[in-house]
Design a protein around this ligand. Structure first.
Ligand SMILES: [Zn+2]
Length: 306
């Protein structure tokens, strides 16, 4: 089992690893500060039918900040190799970041399987929601809503709506073994990036609480190791976010602040490549606090509401 193996990582990009009788993992070749050892494509099913969760990036694959990246090349071939002799019955996407969903289209073309899962992103309501990390070409054949199920030989997968990291994020529960594929919503190696306007901290916290109420045995995230004590991790994450919020309020007690200064104080020892993401997370907290009447903004400057 994966938990006894060293991390990172017990396999190389393109290889396939069995995690339990119904669950295999293929690692995509897109390691980065945002994706850890790479996107993990999960394959569910041991008989003829399988479901493929988060097929990953394509040729110009990785996502955030590096349009020239070509690390995703070959990942569809790796998925086809791993499923040889079986039928891909469904291609599922947890959300439409470019390290998760672009390979869905070429995989559909290669296998004839439908793309089922999260909704395409609503590109505007109060302004454009998409940023460069979004896969605008994602076109699902069927969108699952919270609680909807699909099944194949020996497996049943239930959609669990978990907005926050993105507005369209779904987790997928494997009913037979109480495994939950958590996408980017909950990962053990890192906190999830919540980047406004599409990322929403209040929704993210509500989605964490929703998982805390469930009885999942194990989480298989899209990046990083499996989580064998899910509720403990989720409780820790809820506490971590509340602590960040208190930190922000303490910063503002000293007077009006701009986000880059707050990040400098709050994230000591941060990988400089992640400074932008940390700033987005602070912004997500501030918007949540603003909606709750705790803080106000004037241009780039934030203040406590007395
Ligand atoms: Zn993501």
């Amino acid at each position: 089992m994966s938990k006894e193996k060293p991390w990172p990582d017990s396999i190389r990009a393109g290889e396939c690893e069995q995690h339990e009788p119904l669950v295999r993992r293929v690692l995509a070749p897109n390691p980065s500060p945002y994706t850890f050892t790479g996107t993990q494509t999960w394959i569910v099913g041991a008989e003829r039918d399988v479901a493929v969760i988060d097929p990953g990036p394509t040729g110009s694959g990785l996502s955030i900040g590096d349009p020239a990246d070509i690390n995703g090349a070959g990942h569809v071939d790796a998925i086809l190799r791993a499923t040889r002799g079986q039928r891909v019955a469904a291609i599922l996407c947890t959300h439409t970041h470019r390290d998760h969903s672009p390979a869905a289209a070429p995989l559909r073309q290669a296998t004839g399987a439908p793309i089922i899962g999260c909704a395409p992103l609503a590109l505007s309501d109060d302004g454009p929601r998409a940023d460069s990390a979004f896969d605008a070409d994602y076109t699902p054949d069927r969108v699952l809503t919270d609680g909807e199920r699909i099944s194949g030989e020996g497996w049943t997968i239930e959609a669990v709506a978990t907005p926050g990291h993105t507005s369209n994020h779904l987790c997928f529960g494997l009913v037979e073994t109480r495994a939950l594929f958590t996408g980017d919503h909950v990962m053990a190696w890192s906190t999830s990036v919540v980047s406004p306007p599409d990322g929403d901290m209040a929704a993210y916290m509500a989605s964490l609480s929703k998982l805390y109420e469930r009885d999942d045995r194990v989480y298989y995230p899209a990046h990083g190791p499996a989580v064998t004590r899910p509720r403990q991790l989720v409780r820790g994450m809820l506490g971590h976010r509340k602590q960040r919020e208190r930190q922000i309020l303490r910063e503002l007690e000293k007077g009006p602040r701009v986000i880059p200064d707050m990040v400098k104080h709050m994230y000591k020892g941060l990988d400089p490549r992640l400074t932008g993401a940390a700033g987005r997370s602070v912004l997500a907290h501030l918007i949540d606090l603003e909606n709750r009447g705790r803080v106000a903004r004037d241009a780039d400057s934030w203040t406590l509401v007395a």
